[in-house]
Write a protein that binds this ligand. Structure first.
Ligand code: COA
Length: 376
């Protein structure tokens, strides 16, 4: 292999393009969306404002926000046909597969699928933003043989999701914690699913194709699926008394501990303190502190023994559990949030597109003649 053929396995350290959407700064463990620190956005904005920011480069004023929300709220309904399709999905299927299939179906139904103009792509992004939560909630309700609930146009994005899943909107502090999680999950530069979305968009395929592929990438336990894996792990541990023994055993066997480590952040994920604060609040609201107690022990041991910090999925998993969501809903919620970042990157890719097509260094057999059947 000569110098020109140096392989960057996992594209570690490779700058694939420029972006003006978000900046991950591992030196200071910080993350900004369009220049604003993500923890400031989480404390001071609603998710809808952050989506507007990601898509337009600036935070909305009151009038712009009202117009954006009106458009989003008007698009929340899914067709009876999509509801019927969802009801035919195998019951044991994972909701991530269901939402991936539903988004693919939304592409078939969308009146502008074939129109890849920037204006049509933005309209399609808004429809996806509005309809994905409805499809997730419909799948959840159908799976539990419950009546599917129509979205409510008089509720915020976060409130409406609770309404569609559970038929009621919880206390404001629970809605705020959920909204914070959506903001923290919204965007994270060239992560695997976003890069997937950009790769598909670079072929000039439509936004539904790019988002379907991004959902497929997000499902994996090394990416979005980690928030579910974290809660399974906490449940397996069960009680704070068992946490030390459990983690020592894992580390002795050099096994992965889910919710820890990050490709870019090596000394802490900027989103973790904010999400942990809200997960602790959820524990206090629900009166169940066990999961956060276990979490504190795991985080301390991982830091002491491996110098590895938790990532956002670590506090998000127990936070969603405490909000009442069942574990297979966690990564679909991540989809509902990250759609905003994926769409921003699809717009950006299309605005200055070049087909994404890296090289590979061939290590297979040298060129040879095809032997006849008798010679094989
Ligand atoms: N548990 C235990 N050890 C871990 C670890 C974890 N969660 N994450 C990293 N490590 C160890 C690796 O085993 C490796 O050790 P080694 O050098 O002795 O082989 C070292 O830390 C470096 O990790 P590496 O796999 O090179 O990092 P990466 O950048 O390729 O991987 C992740 C990053 C996210 C894929 C990885 O940390 C991981 O699998 N985490 C768990 C899944 C998770 O939480 N994903 C969500 C990410 S936001």
């Amino acid at each position: 292999m000569d110098e020109q053929q140096e392989v960057h396995k996992g594209l570690v350290g490779v700058y694939a393009d420029t972006t003006a959407i978000s900046k991950v700064m591992p030196e200071t463990n910080s993350l900004t969306y369009r220049g604003y620190a993500v923890q400031d956005l989480a404390e001071n904005c609603r998710f809808e404002e952050v989506v507007y920011l990601l898509w337009n480069g600036e935070l909305p004023n009151r009038r712009q926000l009202a117009a954006f929300e009106k458009e989003e709220r008007a698009e929340r309904r899914i067709t009876p046909r999509l509801r019927t399709v969802i009801s035919t999905f195998p019951r044991r299927g994972h909701p991530m597969d269901a939402i991936r299939t539903a988004v693919s179906f939304l592409g078939l139904e969308d009146p502008e699928t074939a129109d890849n103009s920037p204006e049509a792509t933005r309209r399609k992004a808004l429809r996806l933003l509005a309809k994905i939560p409805t499809a997730i909630a419909a799948h959840h309700r159908i799976g539990h043989r419950l009546r599917v609930l129509s979205p409510r146009a008089d509720r915020t994005f976060a409130e409406n999701f609770f309404h569609m899943c559970f038929g009621k909107v919880p206390a404001p502090e629970v809605v705020k914690a959920f909204d914070v999680s959506l903001i923290l999950y919204a965007e994270h530069s060239f992560n695997a699913s976003t890069f997937t979305a950009r790769t598909v968009a670079s072929t000039e395929a439509d936004i539904h194709a790019a988002v379907t592929a991004a959902i497929a990438a997000l499902k994996g336990p090394l990416h979005g699926g980690a928030n579910e894996a974290v809660m399974h792990m906490l449940q397996e541990i069960g009680s704070p008394e068992r946490a030390h023994g459990w983690i020592n055993d894992r580390l002795e066997h050099r096994a992965l501990v889910m919710g820890f480590g990050h490709r870019v952040y090596k000394s802490g994920d900027s989103r973790v303190p904010t999400m942990t604060k809200y997960a602790e609040k959820m524990a206090a609201v629900v009166g169940d502190t066990r999961w956060m107690e276990i979490s504190r022990i795991l985080a301390a041991e991982m830091l002491e023994q491996k110098n590895i910090h938790p990532n956002l999925d670590f506090p998000a998993g127990p936070a969603y559990h405490l909000m009442g969501f069942e574990i297979p809903m966690f990564t679909p919620i991540f989809v509902a949030a990250r759609l905003s970042g994926w769409a921003a990157h699809i717009f950006e890719q299309a605005a200055d597109n070049r087909l994404i097509r890296p090289l590979s260094v061939y290590t297979g057999a040298a060129q040879r003649p095809v032997p006849s059947m008798r010679e094989r």
